[in-house]
Design a protein around this ligand. Structure first.
Ligand SMILES: CC(C)(COP(=O)(O)OP(=O)(O)OC[C@H]1O[C@@H](n2cnc3c(N)ncnc32)[C@H](O)[C@@H]1OP(=O)(O)O)[C@@H](O)C(=O)NCCC(=O)NCCS
Length: 153
């Protein structure tokens, strides 16, 4: 059984480790502790009740007027395909809608996962230029091969 909740600073090390594991495989960007501290309120985590272990994380980043990005999705591979990632995204979407988000987007290598949640593939060019601000720090900036997907609010 899992609970889905907002993290506290006590969870940062576990969030870091989950993301770092997939970042090492080139599946997502690494998030240093400094960034996790600053963006902690963007995250939702899944905790296995029995072990109190964080088994899934994800974040919603408000990007522009009524626009938000679902990012930093990572589920411990020992717990994959149990609906944990979907439950986290649904929580993030609800948080976004509560503040008036009308469109969600994501940049991903896992289009099947986001398609199962109703996201549709779009062109990167159709997203506002504002979203590329943080891409400048990405090693793949000039050769981005992630798939852009959007979902209406
Ligand atoms: C992508 C990820 C977050 C999915 O988490 P999850 O908890 O396993 O996902 P769910 O169990 O909620 O999957 C929901 C649906 O998404 C689809 N899906 C999920 N993983 C998939 C995969 N590897 N291949 C194909 N479809 C997949 C399926 O339709 C699945 O439903 P089903 O299991 O009933 O067939 C997880 O695999 C992960 O952390 N991957 C590595 C990091 C990563 O790539 N993050 C995304 C970058 S934005």
């Amino acid at each position: 059984m899992f609970v889905y909740r907002k993290p506290t600073f006590a969870d940062v090390d576990e969030i870091y480790e989950l993301i770092a594991l997939y970042a090492a495989q080139g599946l997502m960007l690494p998030k240093p502790h400094s960034v996790l501290y600053e963006t902690l309120r963007e995250f939702v985590v899944a905790e296995e009740v029995a072990s109190k272990k964080i088994v899934g994380v994800g974040a919603l980043h408000l990007t522009w007027n009524e626009l938000a990005e679902v990012r930093s999705m990572a589920v411990d591979e020992n717990f994959s395909r149990q609906g944990i990632g979907s439950a986290i995204v649904k929580k993030l979407l609800a948080e976004g809608r509560a503040v008036g988000v009308k469109e969600f987007f994501t940049l991903t290598y896992r289009p099947d996962f986001f398609a199962s949640l109703g996201f549709e593939v779009t062109t990167k060019e159709s997203l506002p230029h504002k979203i590329w601000k943080e891409c400048i720090d990405c090693p793949k900036f000039s050769n981005c091969d992630e798939i852009a997907m959007t979902l209406g609010g």
